[in-house]
Design a protein. Structure first.
Length: 308
């Protein structure tokens, strides 16, 4: 009997349907198992995908938990404008906590020296916010294909009472059974899109016609090249003495703190162009993050301290 042959478009559609169903199942498990969950929302594509999935998972009701943004104070203006417009559009309850407040309270200290960044400082702000609202589960948009430390995560990732992660102390997740048990002071991090790739994300965005911040599409911007990373020139990122400011056509594959989020030179100005670009690239999306280049284990060290 001749086997049925699926066209590539059918294969991709089936894959996206499976990934969507898996993510929505995890979202519903979180809502069922935890009294006070929260979804981390940065205005980046992965958190946008997560909130979109949550809207679909709980329709016709509203998302049954708040969204929370940990604002470093060094975000791109385009991201903040998008954040406010999008969360209003989906009628989500948005909580914002800032690293600036943590600095003012003496909880963290601003980095000194050349090329300072607040990216690592947001860990303390996040843990303080989790404690303030007594959240017992925090949903994040991390994916296993992003970085080797994130590849060690499970869908439900246990955090101790200090908010710390031990990659050797992970619970088995057989037959899609997720263990959310925790004691007072402890919490769980949940990652519904763990199995998605960057290409999956973009193909899903294209299929669902999800609006995105303009930073993801090519545009002209003043940049400097610093230690192999293209950084946008702006109020929080000024050129050093030996650097030359250029104007280039760039876009961002990931959106974060302006001081460490690298751009990529690109002509992709549509989602279809971006899908084709991602399909051909051999550099991971975090390959342009300056904070990941500080040490070989930069991400894992931060995750152990409570970073997402």
């Amino acid at each position: 009997m001749q086997k049925e042959i699926l066209h590539m478009s059918d294969y991709r559609r089936n894959t996206l349907d499976i990934l969507e169903a898996e993510a929505m199942y995890v979202l519903r498990e979180v809502a069922a198992q935890f009294e006070r969950p929260v979804m981390l929302f940065s205005g980046g594509k992965d958190s946008i995908i997560m909130s979109h999935l949550a809207v679909k998972a709980f329709y016709p009701g509203k998302i049954p938990f708040p969204l929370m943004h940990i604002d470093t104070g060094h975000n791109f203006e385009e991201t903040l404008v998008y954040r406010d417009e999008y969360t209003s559009q989906i009628q989500a309850n948005l909580i914002v906590r800032t690293v600036e407040d943590s600095i003012r309270k003496g909880r963290v200290k601003e980095e000194e020296g050349p090329n300072p960044s607040r990216n690592a400082l947001q860990t303390v702000t996040l843990l303080d916010a989790i404690n303030e609202f007594q959240f017992n589960c925090a949903l994040g948009g991390a994916r296993r294909d992003e970085e080797k430390a994130r590849a060690k995560e499970r869908f439900f990732s246990f955090r101790d009472r200090f908010g710390q992660w031990d990659p050797k102390n992970q619970r088995p997740e057989l037959w899609n059974l997720y263990n959310g048990l925790h004691r007072p002071g402890e919490h769980i991090r949940a990652f519904p899109i763990s199995n998605w790739t960057e290409l999956d994300v973009w193909q899903y965005i294209e299929r669902e016609q999800i609006p995105l911040p303009s930073l993801y599409f090519t545009h002209e911007r003043e940049i400097v090249r610093r230690q192999g990373v293209i950084l946008a020139v702006g109020p929080y990122n000024q050129p050093m003495n030996d650097e030359t400011v250029e104007t280039a056509c760039v876009r961002f594959r990931t959106i974060g703190d302006m001081t460490c989020t690298g751009a990529t030179e690109s002509q992709a100005d549509t989602i279809s162009d971006i899908v084709n670009e991602i399909a051909a690239t051999r550099v991971t999306e975090r390959g342009g993050r300056a904070d990941d280049k500080r040490s070989e284990a930069a991400m894992e060290d931060r995750k152990k301290q409570g970073y997402f």
